[in-house]
Ligand binder design. Structure first.
Ligand SMILES: CC(C)(COP(=O)(O)OP(=O)(O)OC[C@H]1O[C@@H](n2cnc3c(N)ncnc32)[C@H](O)[C@@H]1OP(=O)(O)O)[C@@H](O)C(=O)NCCC(=O)NCCS
Length: 166
């Protein structure tokens, strides 16, 4: 399978909707992460799409958010079409998106997801009570990874919409 990983583009939206529905199944919109994406700002330049030929088969999207008043990023949805899973594509998408995130003037990338998937990229559980989401999540699934030296220092508060261009 020859795959290219490219920045996100609105032209992929319809195909990616189908990938997301196939990967997550029904109930996808009930997730707390979806509440964050309602007020977060999708950054297509940081988000990555996997193309098999011309067909999108996966994505790792990045939204701009704030934690308290500090600029941060929110990873997801991360999905790979069922027929393309298990071939390191998910990991490659996360790696490519994080490389782009590391070049931003933000402080951290947050995610709600499986620690087994995200620990290899340096994500760790967010200390209890430090950051609040617009709904309950299992504590071990709510993780972050610093951007730059001391990115997590003093970072605390509610996840909310980004304040301004960051
Ligand atoms: C999760 C998902 C994106 C992984 O994509 P993939 O291309 O199959 O994953 P990879 O082949 O890159 O696997 C990378 C690592 O993640 C692990 N992994 C894969 N799917 C996983 C899952 N659902 N939960 C936890 N870990 C998972 C793999 O075991 C592998 O770990 P290893 O390095 O120890 O072997 C894909 O299975 C998917 O779309 N699932 C449905 C949607 C979903 O659950 N998204 C993630 C939300 S956190």
């Amino acid at each position: 399978m020859t795959i290219a990983i490219v920045p996100d583009d609105a032209a992929y939206d319809a195909a990616l909707e189908a990938v997301l529905t196939d990967a997550f199944g029904p109930g996808r919109f009930a997730k707390v992460s979806e509440r964050v994406r309602e007020f977060g700002l999708l950054d297509r330049t940081l988000s990555r799409v996997a193309l098999q030929g011309a067909a999108p088969v996966g994505c790792c999207r990045i939204y701009r958010i704030a934690v308290g008043a500090t600029p941060a990023l929110f990873l997801g949805p991360l999905a790979v079409a069922p027929h393309a899973q298990g071939e390191r594509l998910g990991a490659a998408l996360v790696e490519a998106a994080l490389a782009a995130c590391d070049a931003t003037a933000t402080h951290a990338v947050l995610v709600v997801g499986q620690p087994r998937m995200f620990a290899p990229f340096g994500f760790v559980e967010i200390p209890a009570g430090r950051v609040t989401l617009p709904g309950p999540v299992e504590a071990r699934r709510f993780q972050w990874r610093a951007i730059g030296e001391g990115g997590l220092d003093g970072l605390a508060g509610a996840v909310s919409a980004p304040r301004a261009a960051s």
